[in-house]
Design a protein around this ligand. Sequence first.
Ligand SMILES: C[S@@+](CC[C@H](N)C(=O)[O-])C[C@H]1O[C@@H](n2cnc3c(N)ncnc32)[C@H](O)[C@@H]1O
Length: 221
Amino acid sequence: MTEPDFLTATRTAYDDAAAHYAEILPERFHANPLNYAMISAFAELVRADGDGLVADAGCGPGHVTAYLRSLGVTAFGVDLSPEMIVLARDAYPELRFEVGLMDALRAEDASLAGVLANYSILHIPPERLPATLTEFHRVLAPGGHLLLGFPAYDDPAELAKAFDHPTALAYQYSPDRLAALLLQAGFAEVARLLIAPREDSKLGISHAYLLARRTAPGPRA
Ligand SMILES: C[S@@+](CC[C@H](N)C(=O)[O-])C[C@H]1O[C@@H](n2cnc3c(N)ncnc32)[C@H](O)[C@@H]1O
């Protein structure tokens, strides 16, 4: 089957920029304690349910996977960019990283305790996002936890709008509309966090986290 153009373009762009991102992304992530707020809460919820496995979908150079591990969570990283995976394995040889797509995870049905997609769904075109959420639902055990971090904007009338991302075509998502999609995919929203645009000194856009729990048996018709 032919791969959609957006995936080829995103992979090429991140392969080319992998070394640059391996330098800047960990620094940016650790500079803002609000990232810790939601990801550490997610980690606590996963741990409270037992020692389940977590997928870091679109893990990039692996620093968030490593942060989850530092919080006592058994996490592995998946990324479509082979170059990113090489750098992640170099930086964290003790962790598991694999090349793969977030909408086709190599995990059994209901086998994961959590899925984190931190600033990676931004490269999923809106018409394909429902299928990605369905995949997250498939791999999560009932009651499993999902945390999405993404560039946000506040027009609830529209699900997404493209924005000027320096690397690959990317979308800001409306937290309200995304929460509605999560509901349709069989998740219940648990909490959300919205970071003000002025806190993003580079792009000047708002960033959101949406935390949800797998509830329903499958996507609603
Ligand atoms: C902006 S980086 C974020 C990396 C990391 N999650 C972080 O929080 O810093 C986006 C990453 O998502 C990956 N990505 C984009 N689309 C993907 C897809 N469909 N499946 C898997 N990874 C994807 C890219 O290769 C890139 O490494």
